[in-house]
Every structure is written in C-alpha cells, then in structure tokens.
Design a protein around this ligand. Structure first.
Ligand SMILES: Cc1cc2nc3c(=O)[nH]c(=O)nc-3n(C[C@H](O)[C@H](O)[C@H](O)COP(=O)(O)OP(=O)(O)OC[C@H]3O[C@@H](n4cnc5c(N)ncnc54)[C@H](O)[C@@H]3O)c2cc1C
Length: 362
C-alpha cells in the first residue's frame, strides 16, 4: 500500500493525511503497508472527497445504464425514492464486478470454473499480544474444524487493526464449497449465509479453548457483505496476462488467487498496466478501474491487489476528467497525457524501469 515507505500518489497521501489527523488508532504505517481501522477509514474517505469538492451519494446501487449509439451517457441507480438516472459525459465503473459495463452491454470475462473464493472478513478483539501470538489463535481455529465443519481447510492469516487490541482475519472462505459465482443472487445469498455461520464457528472454537488468553477473544465486526475476490472483468482493448504480471522485478507480494494456487510461483512483479486495459473493447464513454479491469484469471490476482486497484482507479479518474475537458472519448486520449497528469499527482511511473536497471547492475 505504501511501497518502501514512499507516498504512492497525492491522492493516496490525502487519505493518509486524513487518517493521521485522527490519531494513532486510525492507521499504522509500516515499511510497505498501511494498517487501518476501517471505521476511521470510512470517515477519512468522506473527508478526502469533501476536501477536493467531489459530489457523491451513498447507498445507491447502479442497476442499469443509458446507452446511446454504443456510448454510455448515464447510469440508472436505485434509491429510496426509486430509480434515478445520473447523466455523465464519462462513467468510471469501479463496482469490482463490472456491473455498469455489463449493463451497458460491454463484453466481460469470467470463467465460472476458475473463480477465487469468497470470504467474510471478520474482526476479533480482546487479544493481548503479550500473552498470545497470532499463530496460536489461527491454529486453535484450524484445530476446531474437527468439531466445526464450516471452518475452512484452506489458508488463514491475521493482521492487526492499526494500533489496537483487535485483529482481522483473512482466510480461504468458501474454498471448500468449490466455485461460487457472486454475480448470481442465489449463490451470493448462499455464500453470505454460509460465511456468517462459518465465522461464528471460528469464534466458538476460540472461546471453547482452555487458554484464558484465547477464550476471552470476542468477535466485534464482520464485513457488511461478503468479500468477493473475482467475478466479471471487462474485456478491454488490451488484456493483461500472467506473463505481464510476472514480468519486471519482484518487490513484495504475490499474484494471489485467494490461496488456491501455489503462490510461491507467483511472485508479483512491478508491472505496467496499459491504459487500453481500462478501456472496454467496444462501448464508449466508459472506463474501468479496480479489480474488474481487463485481465486474464491469473493476472486478476495481481490486478485485485489494493495498491493496484488504487492505481487503476486513479488513472481511470484522470482519464475521465481529461476526456471531458477535451470533449473527446476516453479511447481518443493519448496515454502520454494521462501519464503526465499522474506524474504531476506524484505517481512514480518509472519504478519498473529503475528496478530492472538495478537488477541488471547487481
Ligand atoms: C477477503 C479478502 C481479502 C483480501 N486481502 C487482500 C490483501 O491482503 N491485500 C490486497 O492487496 N488485496 C486483498 N484483497 C483484494 C482487494 O481487497 C480487492 O480486490 C480490492 O479491494 C477491490 O477494490 P475495488 O475498488 O476494485 O472493488 P471494491 O473494494 O469491491 O469496491 C467496489 C465498491 O462498489 C460497490 N458496488 C458494487 N456493485 C455496485 C453497484 N451495482 N452499484 C453501486 N455500487 C456498487 C461495492 O459496494 C463496493 O463499495 C482481498 C479481498 C478479499 C475479498
């Protein structure tokens, strides 16, 4: 999230500034990472949006689009007052599932046999790290599988929530169920109900422990909805492949498939994301950012990393603004113009070339 303790862009730094202003309990900055308390993050995002004068609505859902001659000119959203149309010169789809692109008739890619697992993120508190280590918590949960069958047999890891006595758990979620398609309302509902019961079983396994440092642990939060790693991706003018994602030089992280493939072979390299991977192949007036950009299934493991989502969201926003200002379609923009604006925003676009040069020299 913040490689080598360097700002990744002014946009990201604005968010970090807002978090820091809230105190140590809001965020802990590590060498490469930013560990946040999500409740503070929710307010920090609003503060950052207000500072730059963005206008926004919360809790509205895109349900359709307005398309005129293959160009998206608006998004239909569901609100408490019913359906409402928001007109726009350019739309950026950051729904994670390429919902807007799908409604607009853009071609999307998803292999139902290859989907990464779904996981309900959960937060535990009352963890005294002077008395109990993360490994013990995780192994106690995993041993609980003999009594609690919903506990995953896949990977499980814990990360601290900023500077608190609470941790969140990331794990393989629905991987024992096979592939679950989160764009199917029936399968999504099943995954949500199953995952909430799964978390309950994980917590029960801890609370039944004889170790007082474990049986005091309490479940304080879970995601408002299940966390989805992969569904549709837009078919763009360019499709990022695993060869692209595994080129360059390694710094940190893995092209992670939600723990379902041997990640040691998938060391994430510093790689380029062509602008064409944010542009749907055919539909105009539309850009994509985040985990639904144009990639293959394996390369989506790289694209879905939060830092990468932030970078492509930033680039898509810049491209949308530039094309509106110039009165042209996003696909008519030159990549160089977007790069110039991103550099002005403090994005280091030369990092890959520098890393490769260093590698050659060492
Ligand atoms: C359990 C789990 C663990 C992970 N762990 C890591 C990790 O350790 N490191 C890492 O880098 N990445 C991790 N990831 C991946 C990463 O978190 C995601 O890929 C990334 O956050 C996706 O960002 P996004 O902005 O594309 O989509 P999202 O963060 O999913 O944002 C999409 C937003 O759009 C909204 N939305 C969706 N559909 C609609 C609609 N139709 N109308 C209106 N709004 C809509 C959603 O409610 C959501 O707010 C993990 C993912 C999961 C699920």
């Amino acid at each position: 999230m913040r490689p080598e303790s360097k700002p990744r862009s002014q946009v990201h730094e604005l968010l970090i500034q807002k978090l820091r202003a809230m105190g140590d309990q809001a965020a802990k900055i590590t060498v490469h990472g930013v560990l946040t308390n999500v409740e503070y993050l929710k307010v920090a995002v609003l503060d950052a949006l207000d500072e730059v004068g963005a206008r926004y609505l919360v809790h509205v859902r895109a349900v359709d689009t307005v398309v005129e001659s293959s160009r998206v000119t608006g998004v239909v959203v569901g609100t408490k007052r019913g359906l409402m149309t928001i007109r726009a010169k350019v739309v950026v789809d950051c729904t994670g599932d390429a919902d807007v692109a799908h409604y607009a008739g853009a071609e999307t890619m998803m292999d139902p046999k290859e989907l990464m697992p779904i996981t309900l993120g959960l937060a535990l508190t009352n963890i005294d790290s002077s008395k109990v280590q993360a490994e013990e918590i995780l192994s106690t949960i995993q041993r609980g599988k003999t009594k609690y069958p919903l506990i995953t047999s896949g990977f499980m890891e814990m990360l601290p929530i900023a500077n608190s006595h609470s941790w969140w758990i990331n794990h393989a979620g629905t991987s024992d169920l096979g592939r679950v398609d989160a764009t199917d309302p029936v399968e999504r509902t099943m995954a949500e109900c199953w995952s909430r019961r799964q978390v309950l079983q994980m917590v029960q396994a801890l609370r039944e422990s004889d170790n007082p440092a474990l049986n005091q642990i309490e479940w304080v939060a879970a995601g408002p909805q299940v966390g989805v790693r992969e569904t549709r991706r837009v078919k763009g003018v360019y499709i990022i492949t695993e060869q692209d994602a595994l080129a360059g030089s390694w710094r940190a992280g893995f092209v992670d498939q939600g723990g379902i493939k041997g990640i040691e072979n998938f060391r994430m390299k510093i790689h380029d994301v062509p602008y064409r991977a944010l542009l749907p192949e055919k539909v105009d007036g539309l850009l994509v950012g985040g985990r639904c950009i144009s990639t293959t299934h394996v390369a989506a493991g790289a694209g879905k990393a939060m830092g990468n989502c932030m970078a492509t969201g930033h680039a898509a926003g810049v491209a949308a603004a530039l094309s509106v200002r110039k009165g042209i379609m996003p696909r008519e923009l030159k990549a160089g113009e977007i790069q110039a604006r991103l550099r002005a925003d403090g994005v280091d676009l030369e990092v890959k070339d520098r890393a490769q040069k260093n590698l050659r020299e060492t």
